[in-house]
Design a protein around this ligand. Structure first.
Ligand code: NDP
Ligand code: 8X3
Length: 250
């Protein structure tokens, strides 16, 4: 597949599994994240399968993002697919007990980060009247659950931006798809619980959680439909889950 795909948050979880699958399928990859060692490892391993370029930036830093995208050489700069995946929850507490730094992190990374990266990549797509943007939302962008407050707000914003992008970019033939997973076993809960691995592990115990590869497979399906097909919005649960709060644990 001779298409160039930029994946944010490719150093872990859903982004990393998506990078691996897209490498196998022969896409040219631009892999982004903050952890340099992991980026280097991806370049070495996936570089055996396809062309890989890594960009190290924090999605909160718009200057870094614009510099990184502008630095892409000719054989990487025509980005066909942008996968806005970088994001996390920080903390899980009531609104009255919430940590303001956690709130800043979630709004800055999940919402503003997605906007900054999109802003840097969009001219490449609008100029060519072609492109595909996949926004990774969450069931937290469709429902609100106890203690999820600001994470849910950030993912509701992603849901709104996903719809807004589809409207504004329609005349440029740019497809925009939102994918909204339920529970996926990644480093997500390690980040949410700030390295408390017992608490993080417990989130995925007693049922078969989705794996990052399940979401990668869906992202691949979505972006490989014929050009006249745009899957607008997709909610994906593990079979044990029926809503943000209903989970059938053993
Ligand atoms: P992981 O924690 O495993 O991966 C998160 C990725 O985001 C990492 O590659 C991380 O890279 C990157 N990232 C985080 N903060 C920043 C930042 N400031 N700048 C740049 N990159 C950043 O979690 P998941 O794979 O589960 O999460 C991927 C997406 O899926 C997120 O948007 C999440 O909200 C969403 N999601 C996850 C669900 C789940 O249950 N796991 C369910 C629904 C949605 P690095 O640290 O190297 O920068
Ligand atoms: C991550 C899944 O259930 O914590 O978006 O919102 S959940």
């Amino acid at each position: 597949m001779n298409k160039t795909v930029l994946i944010t948050g490719s150093t872990s979880g859903i982004g990393m599994a998506t990078a691996a699958l897209f490498a196998e399928k022969g896409f040219t990859l631009i892999l982004c994240g903050r952890r340099a060692e992991r980026l280097e490892h991806l370049k070495t391993t996936l570089g055996k399968l396809t062309k890989v370029r890594t960009l190290q930036f924090d999605v909160r830093d718009k200057n870094e993002i614009f510099k990184a995208i502008a630095s892409l050489p000719n054989d990487f700069k025509n980005i066909d697919v942008l996968i806005n995946n970088a994001g996390n929850a920080h903390g899980l507490s009531t609104i009255q007990d919430g940590d303001i730094d956690d709130w800043d992190a979630m709004m800055d990374i999940n919402v503003k980060g997605l906007l900054y990266v999109s802003k840097a990549v969009l001219p490449i797509m609008t100029e060519r009247n072609s492109g595909f943007i996949v926004n990774i939302g969450s069931i937290a962008g469709k429902e609100v659950y106890p203690n999820g407050n600001v994470y849910c707000a950030s993912k509701h914003a992603v849901d709104a931006l996903n719809k807004a992008m589809r409207i504004d970019l329609n005349k440029y033939n740019i497809r925009v798809s939102g994918i909204h997973p339920g529970a996926v076993e990644t480093e997500f809960s390690d980040v949410r619980f700030k390295g408390d691995s017992e608490k993080a592990k417990a989130v995925y115990e007693g049922y078969n959680a989705l794996q990052a590869e399940d979401i990668a497979d869906i992202i691949h399906f979505v972006v490989t439909r014929p050009y006249h097909v745009n899957i607008e919005d997709l909610v994906v649960y593990p079979t044990a889950q029926a809503s943000a709060t209903i989970l059938n644990k053993n």
